[in-house]
Design a protein around this ligand. Structure first.
Ligand SMILES: [Zn+2]
Length: 90
């Protein structure tokens, strides 16, 4: 038997492939992009937990593409990415 590996997903910001558990899963709810709860169904978009990737995704309208329509980024999502995930680099 082959062990089930963590599925890989592509970050909609930088297009890098990473394990699903390393990425932030986002879903669209009533036209707003919010963080997915574990197990929530539906179309989703994945992003590295990096502000750069969020900015890149917005710049190229990756969310509209991922969710097949115009969506607004919920402020709660921005807050997730604004949080320092890594030690500050200089
Ligand atoms: Zn990324």
């Amino acid at each position: 038997m082959i062990a089930v590996a963590t599925p890989e997903r592509t970050c909609v910001g930088c297009r890098r492939r990473r394990g699903q558990d390393e990425l932030v899963r986002l879903v669209a709810s009533h036209g707003r992009v919010v963080r997915a709860r574990p197990g929530s169904p539906g179309r989703s978009a994945y992003l590295c937990p990096e502000e750069n990737c969020l900015e890149a995704a917005e710049k190229k309208r990756a969310f509209a593409r991922a969710f097949r329509g115009p969506v607004t980024l919920d402020p709660s999502v921005r807050a997730i990415f604004a949080r320092p995930w890594n030690d500050e680099r200089r």
